[in-house]
Write a protein that binds this ligand. Structure first.
Ligand code: CP
Length: 305
C-alpha cells in the first residue's frame, strides 16, 4: 500500500484496507516486539482536546521504538497563540520530525497542512470534517466483532451533523457491498447532505428514521455518538438535540444477541453505564483496537522512508 498522507476516508480502497488490517493483526500479536521505527520521530500537534487519538498514537509510536514530540492544547501553548498560521507551523515542524499527527478545529485543516508539509500528515480530526483513523479502527472492529463488513446493517445515532467520525465511517462503509445505514438523529443535527449525496451516487442504501426502538431490532451495529455541546452556536440548540437517544437496557432488549454497540468515545450520558457489562458493549474493545490500527498506519507510512 502506498500512503503519503492520511487525510480522508475516501482515499482508501477495499484492498488497501485489507492490507492495513493484516498489519494491524500482526501488531496486535507482536505488540512491543516490533521495533521498526527506532530512528523516527512522530510530532503530535493537537489544537483540540483528545484522550484516545493522541495517546494511542503516542503509545503506538513508542511501542514501535520511535520517539514522540508533542503539543497538546496547541491553540494556547504553541505559537498559534502569537498568531502563527497553521501553514507556517507545519513548514517548520516538517523539518523536525518524520510524521505529523494533527487535530484541528477547522474542517479542511489537515488537507491544508498536507499541501505545505515535507513529511506525512495524519488527520486526527479536523473540526466537523473527518476523522479517518477513527473510521479505520471502527471498521476493523466491525470485522473482528461481526466477522464481516459486507452486508452490515448499521444505525448511526446522535449528533450526525457535527460528528466527524460518522462522516468518515459512512465514506468507508460505502466501499463495501450490501450496506444499509440508518441515520437516527434529532432534527437539528441530521446527517449532512454531502454524505447522503455520496451514498446515493454510489448506490448505498440508507434511510433516516427518528425511532431508535424500531431500528434497533434490525441492525448488526448501533454506532452511538455524543451530542457535541462545543459545536453548537447556542445552548438552546444544544438542548434541542441532547438527551433524546439513550442506549440503555431497554434498547439492549430489542438489539439482536449477535449485534454490538459501538461509540467513538468519549461518552457523556448517551450510553447508560448499565450497558457496559453486556457482552455486546464493544466500545472499550473498539478504543483498544485504535492502538493496533495506528501502529499499522505508522509502520506503513514510515518504514522504508
Ligand atoms: N474518539 C476520539 O477521537 O476520542 P478522543 O477525542 O479522546 O481522541
Amino acid at each position: 500500500m502506498k500512503l503519503k498522507h492520511v487525510i480522508e476516508s475516501q482515499q482508501f480502497t477495499k484492498e488497501s484496507l485489507e492490507e492495513l488490517f493484516d498489519v494491524a493483526h500482526i501488531m496486535e500479536k507482536l505488540s512491543t516486539q516490533v521495533k521498526t521505527l527506532t530512528n523516527k520521530i512522530m510530532i503530535s500537534l493537537f489544537y483540540e482536546p483528545s484522550t484516545r487519538t493522541r495517546l494511542s498514537f503516542e503509545s503506538a509510536m513508542i511501542r514501535l521504538g520511535g520517539s514522540v514530540a508533542s503539543t497538546e492544547n496547541a491553540q494556547n501553548f504553541s505559537s498559534a497563540a502569537k498568531g502563527e498560521t497553521l501553514e507556517d507551523t507545519i513548514r517548520v515542524l516538517s523539518g523536525y520530525g518524520d510524521v505529523i499527527v494533527l487535530r484541528h478545529h477547522e474542517a479542511g485543516a489537515a488537507h491544508r497542512a498536507s499541501e505545505v508539509s515535507e513529511i506525512p500528515i495524519i488527520n486526527a480530526g479536523d473540526g466537523t470534517g473527518q476523522h479517518p483513523t477513527q473510521s479505520l479502527l471502527d471498521i476493523f472492529t466491525i470485522k473482528k466483532e461481526i466477522g464481516h463488513i459486507d452486508g452490515t446493517k448499521i444505525a448511526m445515532v446522535g449528533d450526525l451533523a457535527n460528528g466527524r467520525t460518522v462522516r468518515s465511517l459512512a465514506y468507508l462503509l460505502a466501499k463495501y457491498d450490501d450496506i444499509k445505514m440508518y441515520f437516527v438523529s434529532p432534527p437539528n443535527v441530521k446527517m449532512g447532505d454531502d454524505i447522503k449525496e455520496h451514498l446515493q451516487k454510489h448506490g448505498v442504501d440508507y434511510e433516516e428514521n427518528s425511532d431508535l426502538r424500531e431500528v434497533a431490532g434490525k441492525v448488526d451495529v448501533i454506532y452511538q455518538t455524543r451530542v457535541q455541546r462545543e459545536r453548537f452556536d447556542s445552548i438552546e440548540e444544544y438542548e434541542k438535540a441532547h438527551g433524546i437517544y439513550i442506549i440503555d437496557n431497554e434498547i439492549l432488549d430489542i438489539l439482536p444477541k449477535s449485534s454490538i454497540v459501538m461509540h467513538p468515545l468519549p461518552r457523556v450520558d448517551e450510553i447508560k453505564y448499565e450497558v457496559d457489562k453486556d457482552p455486546r458493549a464493544a466500545y472499550f474493545r473498539q478504543a483498544h483496537n485504535g492502538l493496533f490500527i495506528r501502529m499499522a498506519l505508522l509502520s506503513i507510512l514510515l518504514e522504508n522512508h
